[in-house]
Design a binder for this molecule. Sequence first.
Ligand SMILES: [Zn+2]
Length: 101
Amino acid sequence: MAWANGGATRTTTKEHRRWAKAVLRRDGYRCVDCGYQGTAGKGDVNADHQTPVAFGGTTTLGNGRTRCVPCHKKKTGREAAEGRRRRRQRPAQRHPGIPVD
Ligand SMILES: [Zn+2]
């Protein structure tokens, strides 16, 4: 799948790895949603963007949250639904006082 390949590329950059490690260490490798205690280097917890990059989130410590794999998947699923909803409900962008062209 094209998106999966793009995601893999994005998450294997040096900057992303450094960010992920900082987030996981700050949270003590514990899932912020269910409290699952992960293990360093095991891959059972991930650093997640609280506000997804697709919605304008940044790869900063403040926007990072540690989540276990099931919670990460659940959140990603919610975000996909939210993205579909936003696209449907996006209002027409108008500037009433300014004539177009
Ligand atoms: Zn969890």
